[in-house]
Ligand binder design. Structure first.
Ligand code: ADP
Ligand code: MG
Length: 729
């Protein structure tokens, strides 16, 4: 009998839900208590220091050394009062997740005695040994120093006994080595460009911020079963496993109540999030069994993304308290839904207007349509960049698979907005519009209802959908850092808005009235970007054909998609907007390629090991039992009786043999292919080689293992099966 699997199943029977007690029934009693937020700053900082932080926060810019000392002193006092002994600069390297290096406050004072030290310099800058973080060749290991610098716009927070200071991570020569730096630059770029456009409508607008509301999907798996699946533990997904007789066909998980163990996990998770000032609000079951979703109220994009990164960390910790493991992989189980991280994105002004929501009058609606059309155009021109920002080794299993958007980027607008755009195309003529025509057009535009949410949120199959007051970028992967997608999108929109403004200004200089100039440029853009608009079923095969006819790209290979970062249009968006230097962009491509290669390499090794050392021996043992049985039958029966009785068993023996042979042969071939790929020095070439020469073995070997799972004695099968992993909360 396979011990680990059955031990795990036995352990599962004795699980009791862990009780969770909230400190108070009112969230507001403890919300943000672990954050150095405005309230605590007011209490612990001098008036000047407080003002400096708020200023830097609102207007960008740095805090001078003297002021930083004051802030550090206040922060330290607050932290120590909350039981903190260490501090760390918290950053987001180009690997997955976040990094931190903890230092104690402990230090020598002037007289040689021990003190608690946390100076302004320690707050604003740190030099972690950066040699083990990927840099895409920017930083040679002999000059391993990179440095982290305080991001004043994201407040410090406490995890356990550590004060965490959100920072950017930069090489010694000044290049970004993280996700946050380009995101901040992209947010600034879109701010500047959008303010320029807003000025056509309202001179009072001086700042435009980006809103992000992410929806995090994930799976929860029992800890004991997880431990019995080396593939889950090492790669985040099941590399084998036949689908369960029942999975998501009945949708009963989606509509069912949340199991008690899971509810308790969610309660504790929400409690921890609220203490950390993460405004999580919504929780529910998702379509696949054991799949769930969590969403906060949207926030400014940089903060929202920090919160998502922090959340993923907190989730992993809290899951362990409840004897769960959380899976962020985009497709942990073949054949059922994968997990995404919808990025709800919009722009908002300092005058309180959401630019992607219909306005209250014709003028507001024209502004709204301007931003919709510019977004459309940006997405149209930057399909490949947007895909490059989200297509990873793990997300490639989801895009284009079951219940997930395809690898084609298209935009869903819904009927209302589509009609408006078509109307602009029809009614804006080549020659000057008469006052009557203009009034008629504006009246038409004025008819966009303020609330169009209900009409637009029905299409769940679009990778990029307008949902009433925002766009929802749904193709983003559940395990990813949103910053990659948000950087690409904001940079693309920034460049587009600048182009739009230049075209409108040009017409105005030619003597055309402002509103007419805006209409004319919009009309052109609506016509040009038409192919990207698709309101139909994005999951259908017809769409793939139709998209091809429209000239939209459909790239499923990860290295090919990553390469598109270096296309002229992508460079124009990222380098042209000042978000990245050419060198940084190239380095990023190398890092992404290397991540892809490493992930496939690990999956391939794990699969080889499991196939040869776990599955084949069990299949052989079972086959031996069958052979013994057949021999026994021959001993006690006559020849003709034997032929009749043992026929099926003999076939089974043959079947098992052929699967075993196939597995063994393919593992040998796969190892040889890996060796060949590993000899390639060029990082990009190596990624392409892995994609073409190694990836397919993962599916092919799996096929034979899954067939064996169906015939081998259940008692002997070593790995927890899909039904056990998925239906045990
Ligand atoms: P869904 O129906 O897609 O599940 P929700 O109402 O749960 O939608 O919202 C999903 C996310 O979108 C939430 O984080 C929400 O705060 C966010 N959101 C709502 N309006 C906007 C907006 N204008 N801009 C950005 N995000 C928004
Ligand atoms: Mg949504």
């Amino acid at each position: 009998m396979s011990t680990i699997r059955f031990q795990a199943l036995t352990e599962l029977l004795s699980r009791v839900p862990k009780e969770v007690h909230l400190p108070s029934n009112k969230v507001t009693d403890y919300y943000g208590e672990l954050v150095f937020n405005t309230d605590s700053m007011r209490k612990y900082l001098s008036k000047e220091a407080f003002k400096a932080v708020i200023d830097a926060n609102q207007n960008g810019g740095a805090i001078d050394r003297k002021m930083a000392s004051g802030v550090a002193a206040g922060m330290k006092a607050w932290a120590i009062e909350n039981g903190v002994t260490h501090y760390t600069h918290w950053f987001q390297p180009l690997t997955d997740g976040t990094a931190e290096k903890h230092d104690g406050f402990i230090d020598y004072g002037d007289g040689g005695h021990m003190i608690e030290n946390f100076s302004g310099d320690l707050l604003t800058q740190q030099e972690p040994d950066a040699s083990s973080f990927p840099s895409g060749g920017i930083r040679q290991t002999f000059e391993a120093r990179g440095y982290t610098a305080w991001d004043v716009s994201s407040p410090a927070f406490i995890v356990g006994t550590t004060l965490c200071i959100p920072t950017v991570f930069i090489s010694y020569t000044g290049e970004a080595l993280d996700y946050k730096t380009p995101l901040l630059k992209a947010l600034a770029a879109v701010d500047e460009a959008a303010v320029g456009v807003c000025q056509y409508f309202d001179k009072n607008v001086t700042k435009v911020h980006t809103n992000l509301g992410w929806e995090q999907e994930y799976f929860l798996i029992d800890e004991a079963l997880y431990q019995a699946r080396p593939d889950l533990a090492l790669t985040g997904r099941t590399l084998m496993g036949h689908s369960s007789s029942k999975d998501q066909q009945l949708d009963d998980h989606y509509f069912g109540s949340i199991p008690e163990r899971v509810t308790n996990f969610m309660m504790e998770l929400e409690l921890e999030c609220h203490k950390l000032g993460i405004p999580v609000k919504t929780r529910h079951n998702e379509v696949a069994p054991s799949q769930f979703e969590l969403a906060p109220i949207y926030e400014e994009a940089n903060l929202a993304n920090d919160h998502n990164q922090l959340l993923m960390d907190v989730m992993k910790k809290v899951a362990r308290h409840h004897k769960f493991r959380v899976l962020f992989h985009e497709k942990p189980f073949a054949g059922i839904n994968g997990s995404g991280k919808h990025n709800n994105w919009s722009l908002g002004t300092d005058t309180g207007v959401v630019l992607l929501a219909p306005g209250k009058n014709p003028k507001g609606n024209i502004q709204f349509l301007c931003f919709v059309v510019n977004t459309l155009m940006a997405v149209y021109k930057n399909q490949d960049l947007l895909r490059a920002s989200i297509l990873t080794a793990s997300n490639s299993h989801r895009l284009g698979a079951n219940e997930a958007p395809p690898s084609i980027i298209s935009v869903f607008l819904g009927d209302e907005v589509s009609k408006m755009l078509d109307m602009i195309v029809e009614e804006v003529g080549e020659r000057k519009m008469t006052p009557d025509e203009k009034t008629a057009l504006k009246l038409g535009i004025g008819r966009i209802p303020e609330i169009i949410l209900d009409n637009t949120d029905r299409n769940r199959t679009s990778p990029f959908a307008f949902t009433g007051n925002r766009f929802e970028f749904r193709a983003v992967g559940s395990s990813s850092n949103n910053a990659a997608a948000m950087t690409a999108l904001n940079a693309a929109v920034a460049v587009q808005l600048n182009e739009f403004k230049a075209s409108v200004d040009f017409l105005i200089e030619e003597g055309i009235k402002k509103d007419e100039a805006i209409f004319q440029v919009m009309k052109k853009m609506i016509i040009e970007s038409k192919p990207i608009r698709f309101n139909g079923d994005g999951y259908s095969d017809n769409w793939v054909k139709e998209a091809e006819k429209r000239g939209l790209t459909n790239i499923t290979s990860v290295p090919e998609s990553i390469s598109k970062y270096l296309d002229p249009e992508s460079k124009k968006a990222l380098v042209g907007s000042g978000v990245m230097t050419e060198k940084e962009l190239e380095a990023r491509v190398e890092v992404e390629m290397e991540k892809f290669t490493k992930k496939i390499q690990i999956e391939s090794r794990v699969l080889g090991d499991l196939a040869i050392n776990h599955i084949v021996p069990v299949a052989v043992a079972y086959q031996t039992k069958l052979i013994q049985n057949v021999q026994g039958l021959r001993d006690i029966f006559t020849n003709s009786e034997f032929e009749e009785l043992a026929g099926a068993r003999k076939d089974l023996i043959k079947q098992i043999s052929s699967h075993i042979s196939a597995i063994k042969a393919m593992v040998v071939e796969m190892v040889a292919a890996r060796k060949e790929c590993n000899l390639i020095e060029d990082i990009r070439e190596s990624a392409f080689a892995y994609d073409q020469k190694v990836c397919h073995y993962l599916e092919e070997i799996r096929y034979h293992i899954d067939k064996l799972e169906l015939v081998v004695d259940n008692e002997m099968w070593p790995l927890p099966k899909y039904r056990e992993l998925l239906f045990n909360n």
